[in-house]
Design a protein around this ligand. Sequence first.
Ligand SMILES: O=C(O)CCC(=O)C(=O)O
Ligand SMILES: [Fe+2]
Length: 308
Amino acid sequence: MDMMESTETASGTAEKPAYKVAPPGFTPEQWEAFERDGFLLFENALTPDECREYIDVIDEVARTQFNWQPGKTLAPWSGVAHLHPKLTELIDHPRHVGYAYDLYGELLKLHNSQFFLRPPGKSGTKWHNDGARAVPYTVYAPFLPIQLKVAYWLTDLPRPNMGNMMVAPGSHKKQYFEAYTKPMDVEGQMPVCVPAGTMMLMNGNLFHTVLDNDSDVTRYNFFYTYCPSWVCEADRLNCDEAWLKTLTREQRIIMRSYKNPYDRTKPPAEDFPLYLDRETGLDHDPDADLDVPRGVRKRRVGPEKWSK
Ligand SMILES: O=C(O)CCC(=O)C(=O)O
Ligand SMILES: [Fe+2]
């Protein structure tokens, strides 16, 4: 049985199976709310100490890698996951990666990794959704998001106009949006007012914008965004080989730094399973045809399992 498969060391001694069980993901109630609203909030996902530690890491990396000066906006698009061990461990952090795995399953990829610093000042961002525009993802994927944004809010956002993200709940189902590319109010708009330590999952199709920051506090946050492996990554072409060697098996797979471009569509057999099933511990669906090789054998994602 595949799940019992073990790796042989050079000396021939069998090692324990190297595969991890998928970390926790959506509960039925969370999935229902995420489908309805296009986002989910998890307060107290991080402790105050964890927020402080992440802010310190961001400060260090912002200064040393991006020559950031306090008071300036920093919103890098060149990837941050490779810049510090604490940023690397977020690639597959068990606090959130199970949600992304529920959506993208065995083809999970990190689309981009970012931290943003939004100091006091005007926002230059207008209403938009993420991802393809002229032909939106929803033309082909009307039900499931092609991008899942995982946000960690690291500073308190107790009121609007603190550089908050603002979302239009339910707008992930629309392909046209009156306020798209415009700075205007939208019925039902919701500024994200949350305490530091809140994790947010956001369907990339959800229309959102960013409010001005009239406080004296700089907003710190992470965005780690996930997608299927066959969608192009946003922040890299390939990863540094030496850095890839420092990653865990799961992190390396999730970066999908393949030499052959079509491997992103058909990953090599050794990259399966990414995870074992949370419920069964198996590397295949209960009704799978085990005569089909593991690397090309269909496995269901969460929403396929949950839909009746
Ligand atoms: O900074 C924010 O709250 C949102 C920025 C944004 O729209 C994006 O990164 O796609
Ligand atoms: Fe955006």
